[in-house]
Ligand binder design. Sequence first.
Ligand code: AMP
Length: 487
Amino acid sequence: MTKFTDLNLAPKVLKAIEDAGYESPTPIQAGAIPPALEGKDVLGIAQTGTGKTASFVLPMITNLARGRARARMPRSLVLCPTRELAAQVAENFDQYTKYMKLTKALLIGGVSFKEQDALIDKGVDVLIATPGRLLDHFERGKLILSDVKVMVVDEADRMLDMGFIPDIERIFGLTPFTRQTLFFSATMAPEIERITNTFLSAPARIEVARQATSGENIAQSVVMFKGSRRDRAASEKRKLLRALIDAEGEKLQNGIIFCNRKTDVDIVSKSLNKYGYQASPIHGDLDQSQRNATLEKFRNGEIKILVASDVAARGLDVASVTHVFNFDVPGHAEDYVHRIGRTGRAGRDGKAIMICEPRDEKNFADVEALIAKEIPRLENPLGTVAEETPESDEATSEKPKRTRSRRRRSDKSDEVKTADQAEEAQQDRSTTPPKSEPKPEPKSDHSADQKPQHRRGRGRKEDEKVVGLGDHLPSFIALSFDERQAG
Ligand code: AMP
């Protein structure tokens, strides 16, 4: 097996790798580092989680160790599709250059131009940027790209999804023809193939197998969920999450809950703590020392539940995570594989449970298509209709409600309401009287996709008529045309 010491990396880089605790290079690293060090173009077909970031950062910084940057003329450029990814690459860069004197600037939205200009003016070795922001700087005349020796395009397939390919082509055109290009994509769509044929010169092509798509030792399931009302869906979803956690009982020794949005990471974490679960948030907005401290506590068992965003959890390598909860279906199917891969490591059994809302259906279909199998549907532990009183009224010691089997719509009339549901129906009537019978959505397969039962024949007597404008018609409306003429 290849060792890092076989790869001709700078001794200071090797030392940083040792500090990171990496034992041996991953396949993409073993394949990409040697040609990259020789100055060759590299086409890496690999997805996140394979160690691809280090596969370009390590050779880049080894080569950049010689020479110095000139003002406004970065020596290397890393283009990333999103701010989060750019920030993640910048973090990796800091980690691997800790024993070196290389400078970097991160050009992403949300950071003032002034601050970024000041860094560029001094001269940077590595510029990590999103394409739009980089071009903004260029157009303001603050950046000269003619000294770029290495250009990295990371996650090109996401660039394509996000419409950045024209920007990328333009940036290629602004850098010297003689630059080295390290190009990474998880897939090779025809458009990506075209770009690589145009801008890469005789690249070393390294393709690594997808991560084991869905390890056989990970038991996966999904709960289809729809809130009883729009304004209650969020708190009901959190209640469902708690019920799913409770249902696991002692089997849940530690778990990671993934949310798509940073704001949800915070909300879910706070809410869990409120209900007596020990949880901590981790996302890209928390500073590195906070994140490290949280990760350390999770590793040593002080924290049982970590609520995380994808980016923050990337550096997380804990051998024995018993459970992964997907609070949302990830927007990129590959993130699902990445997320659930946090459990069931090193041959252990793991469990991955996901909540899917109607709005997630497309993403969910993508996930199932990627892993090429159907994820078993789990009954909603709160029953078919996930209802709850507003979160602030809930008791902290709630137990999951009885489990009900999934039903077809035609079975709805047989359902028995719980006391809570009846109470909620009462609340509902007093706030928004129902206007009409909810129509069934014939195609939906969600067990929780049914409208709350209390709307059916409880809010208004069956024989009451609904008058469009209310019962108080303005009198002129009742007048005929002729009468008005006469009046
Ligand atoms: P990436 O695919 O670049 O997003 O990396 C995924 C994760 O793997 C990161 O958290 C890295 O810290 C970690 N990693 C990268 N290279 C190695 C390695 N050789 N051994 C162990 N972990 C690694």
